[in-house]
Design a protein around this ligand. Structure first.
Ligand code: TYD
Ligand code: MG
Length: 461
């Protein structure tokens, strides 16, 4: 009797192993191997035909002879969403949208698909997580009781594909890809193999029919899309929802976009009637302190094309024998590095202290331009001395203690001046060369090294 060949698939990278191991042999992540065959059931070909490999190939043409057709785009009418998409949904494009539960994925997509339906497009909303009644309740809540969006409560891939073939919608939402399963596979619904295979089938359908497909994906506690990373490679656009579910503001970030710029963000506020775009978001992540407090430093981050002011908070407190370094919204390894630079080049020692840093409002800041603000917030907390009122800082700090310029520094300074900030400590190369009205009211201190920045701050006490 043939032995059942089981395969273990990594939830992180999608790599496989013939036996269970604690560590994935491909990406070295721990405890990510799950049992589940990535092979189709015996006798069936993944692509539907045993002779697929013998089929004639497409014609080979030099690039110059291939017509560079622009993509057909359909704006959803939700400006902030269109902005991250690069102008709207693209025909035959596949969008993956991830985010924590309850952050507003279903809400936004229902709003978008309803707007498209109203503009005359044929749409389809496939719901696997909620019943039709629940989706109907949401549409009432959104003030869309007359919505004509066709809803299909279904989780079986073959039935979904059949409906897509017969209805030929312009856009279809799959909420969510983790609930979809195929009969053709032996592994359990929700397993890596299922998610990957179902997404591949849906992607192929999108390409062959021209239907735009939006896949909703769950996010694990660590922030990665549950299921294999390969989902990200398969689709054209990957959008992530960010933000604190406790606050009303939500960010959508494009981390991959074959049809537009990445790192563009869309900003929304969750209201009683769904998500509303915030067209001028620069100040929404500032927390309000009546008077400056120690451990707080505002930075200007540049998300896509718009500068955004974000408060960085730090708390330095005496720790135990092995002090902790924790960061929320900022990179923890980078924090360790910055602490070492602070010690070595500015003589600020936090060796026996717990250090916590936080980017306020649930934003994630990945750009190194946050370095200077993080270091100034830490020093401010350690000294118990607040930075002056209306203070901002940004700039990357290198291992040698040098302060490097941030991209489009002047735009950042202009935004700070516009919002009434008074004092700025910035990399020398970012300081404006000539007097410009746009910086009026803002005293700018250009610095080249971290110790220089510390000196400036001490001089402002
Ligand atoms: P939802 O779109 O269901 O989140 P996801 O699909 O990402 O899991 O969002 C649900 C949350 O949004 C829920 O906590 C209620 C809130 N909400 C509003 O505040 N206003 C609204 O109009 C709607 C529809 C939801
Ligand atoms: Mg949902």
């Amino acid at each position: 009797m043939a032995k059942d060949k089981s395969i273990f698939t990594c939830t992180e990278c999608g790599g496989t192993s013939a036996r269970w191991m604690g560590k994935c042999p491909s990406c070295n992540a721990w405890n990510t191997l799950l049992e589940g065959s990535s092979e189709p059931a015996a006798g069936k070909n993944r692509f539907g035909s045993v002779h697929a490999s013998l089929a004639p190939t497409s014609e080979v043409l030099p690039l110059a002879q291939i017509e560079a057709a622009d993509f057909e785009r359909h704006p959803t009418g939700i400006d902030e969403l269109d902005r991250v998409l690069g102008g709207g949904m693209v025909e035959g494009g596949v969008v993956l949208i991830g985010g924590d539960p309850g952050i507003g994925k279903s809400t936004l997509l229902l709003q978008a698909v309803d707007a498209l339906q109203r503009s005359g497009m044929n749409t389809l909303y496939v719901t696997g997580e909620e019943s039709g009644a629940q989706v109907a309740m949401r549409s009432r809540r959104l003030g869309l009781p007359d919505s004509q969006v066709p809803v299909l409560p279904e989780i079986q891939l073959e039935k979904i594909l059949h409906t897509l073939q017969s209805r030929q919608p312009g856009i279809a939402i799959i909420d969510s890809i983790q609930t979809v399963y195929s009969d053709q596979l032996t592994s359990a619904p929700g397993s890596v193999a299922q998610v990957r295979e179902c997404a591949a089938h849906l992607t192929r359908t999108a390409k062959s029919t021209g239907t735009t497909i939006v896949l909703v994906g769950h996010v694990t506690k660590e922030g990665a899309l549950a299921g294999p990373r390969v989902l990200e490679h398969m689709v054209d656009t990957v959008l992530y929802f960010e933000g604190d579910t406790h606050s009303n503001f939500r960010l959508i970030r494009a981390i991959k976009n074959r049809f537009g710029a990445v790192n563009e963000i869309g900003v929304f506020a969750m209201t009683e009637k769904g998500l509303k775009g915030v067209s001028n978001p620069s100040a929404i992540f500032l927390s309000q302190h009546a008077e400056p407090v120690p451990g707080s430093c505002v930075m200007v981050t540049l998300e896509g094309t718009r500068p955004l002011l974000v408060e960085i908070q730090a708390l330095v407190d005496s720790g135990g024998p092995s002090p902790r370094r924790l960061s929320v919204g900022l990179d923890r390894d980078r924090l360790a590095m910055l602490l070492a630079v602070l010690h070595r080049h500015a003589g600020v020692a936090c060796m026996d202290q717990d250090v916590f840093v936080n980017a306020v409002g649930g934003v994630r800041i990945s750009e190194p331009a946050a370095d200077l603000a993080v270091m100034l917030a830490i020093t401010s907390s350690l000294r118990g001395k607040a930075l002056p009122k209306g203070f901002i800082a940004f700039g990357e700090v290198g291992l040698a203690g040098e302060v490097r310029p941030a991209p489009r520094g002047q735009d950042r300074l202009k935004e700070a001046a516009k919002l009434g900030f008074k004092v700025a400590v910035v990399p020398k190369a970012n300081a404006p060369k000539k007097n410009d009205k746009a910086f009026e009211g803002l005293t700018i201190y250009p610095v080249e090294r971290i110790e220089e920045a510390m000196q400036v701050v001490r001089g402002l006490d």
